[in-house]
Design a binder for this molecule. Structure first.
Ligand SMILES: Cc1ncc(C[n+]2csc(CCOP(=O)(O)OP(=O)(O)O)c2C)c(N)n1
Length: 321
C-alpha cells in the first residue's frame, strides 16, 4: 500500500517515543531512581504502535505489564506516566498503582490486573458496553504468550466470541514467560492464532517487528471487528530483548539468539531504513528527533521526581470499603 509522508512520519515518531521511553525507564532504573520494578518492552514496540494506529475515538484499551510507555500514544502525558511509575501524586493513580497500572479512563485506557489473564474479562465487559452503544467502537486487548495459557483467558475469549463482542485480542508473543520458553509450555506453535478456530474466531499471525505489517494486519482485523462480526486475534511474533525484569541475568537462555533479534529484527531501525530508502526522512532529521524526544523524556522524569510522593494515608483513598 502507498503511504503518505505524514502518516509514515507520525507512525515512526510514535514508535520512537515508545522505544526511547522504554530505554529511559531502564536507564533511570539502573540509577536507582525507580521504586519497585519495571518490565522493559524494548524491542516489542511495533506490535503496540502498529495496532493502535488503527484506533478510533471512543475505543478502549486493555494494556499489559510490558511496553507500558504505549499509553503515551493514547494521549496519556509522560509527566503522569512517569509520576505513576515513580510512586508520585501526579501519577494517573496518584502513585498508588505503579508501573503495571497506568490507567486513564478519559483516554479509554482501562489499566490491567496484576493477576494476569483475569483482566481479559475487563476487555470483554467493556466490549459488551460498546456493543450496546452500537457506534462501531472496539476494545484492543493486549496479552502475552505465557498469559495465553491461563484459564480466565479461555473464559473471556469464549464469552467474547459467543456474544460477538467487539474485541481485537492482540497476542504479543515474545516467546518468554519469565524464564519459561513458550515452546516448553505450549503444544502449538501459535498460541493465539492456532486456538482461534476453537472459539470460532478469525486470526492472523504477523511479524511483530515490522510496524507496517502489524498496521496492515490490525487494519483488516479491526475493521472486521468494528463491522459487528465478533472478536478476532492478532498474534505478533516478537522477542523479549531484556530480562523479565531489570536485574534478571537471563541465565536460562542463549544470548546469541537475543543478539540476533536485536540486530536483525529491530523495529525502529527497520522503519528508519524504510523511511530513508523511500526519501521520507534524512539521517539528520532522525538525529534531531532522537535529541528532541530525549529532552522531552528527561523533562518528564524531572517533573515526576519533583512531584510529592504518595503517602501511607493515600493507601486508604479511592477504595470501595
Ligand atoms: C496469575 C499470575 N501468575 C503469575 C504472575 C507472575 N508473572 C508476572 S509476569 C509473568 C510472565 C508473563 O508472561 P507473558 O504473558 O508471556 O508476558 P511477558 O512477561 O513475556 O510480557 C508472570 C508469570 C502473575 N502476575 N499473575
Amino acid at each position: 500500500m502507498a503511504y503518505t509522508k505524514e502518516f509514515i512520519t507520525d507512525l515512526y515518531k510514535n514508535l520512537l517515543y515508545t522505544r526511547l521511553s522504554e530505554e529511559k525507564l531502564v536507564a533511570i532504573y539502573k540509577e536507582g531512581r525507580v521504586p519497585g520494578h519495571i518490565h522493559s518492552g524494548v524491542g516489542q514496540e511495533a506490535t503496540h504502535v502498529g495496532t493502535l494506529f488503527t484506533r478510533k475515538e471512543g475505543d478502549y484499551f486493555k494494556l499489559a505489564h510490558r511496553v507500558v510507555s504505549i499509553s503515551h500514544v493514547l494521549g496519556v502525558p509522560f509527566n503522569n506516566i512517569y509520576s505513576e511509575i515513580l510512586g508520585r501524586q501526579d501519577g494517573n493513580s496518584r502513585g498508588g498503582g505503579g508501573v503495571n497500572h497506568i490507567a486513564d479512563f478519559s483516554k479509554g485506557v482501562l489499566g490491567m490486573s496484576g493477576t494476569l489473564g483475569c483482566d481479559m474479562a475487563f476487555a470483554a465487559g467493556a466490549a459488551y458496553k460498546l456493543k450496546l452503544e452500537n457506534k462501531g467502537n472496539i476494545v484492543y486487548c493486549y496479552y502475552g504468550d505465557g498469559t495465553s495459557n491461563r484459564g480466565p483467558v479461555h473464559e473471556a475469549m469464549n464469552w467474547a466470541a459467543a456474544w460477538k463482542l467487539p474485541v481485537l485480542f492482540v497476542l504479543d508473543n515474545n516467546q518468554w514467560a519469565i524464564s519459561t520458553c513458550i515452546y516448553e509450555s505450549t503444544a502449538v506453535e501459535n498460541p493465539g492464532a492456532d486456538r482461534a478456530p476453537a472459539y470460532g474466531m478469525v486470526s492472523k499471525v504477523v511479524d511483530g517487528t515490522d510496524v507496517l505489517a502489524v498496521y496492515e494486519a490490525a487494519k483488516e482485523l479491526s475493521e472486521y471487528v468494528r463491522a459487528g462480526n465478533g472478536p478476532a486475534i492478532l498474534e505478533a511474533k516478537t522477542y523479549r530483548w531484556r530480562g523479565h525484569f531489570e536485574g534478571d541475568q537471563c541465565k536460562y537462555r542463549d544470548p546469541a539468539i537475543t543478539e540476533k533479534w536485536q540486530k536483525k529484527r529491530n523495529c525502529v531501525k527497520r522503519m528508519e531504513n524504510y523511511m530513508q530508502e523511500n526519501d521520507f526522512i534524512t539521517e539528520d532529521e532522525i538525529k534531531t528527533m532522537y535529541g528532541e524526544i530525549d529532552a522531552e523524556l528527561n523533562a518528564a522524569v524531572e517533573f515526576a521526581e519533583a512531584s510529592p510522593r504518595a503517602t501511607a494515608e493515600d493507601l486508604f483513598k479511592n477504595i470501595f470499603a
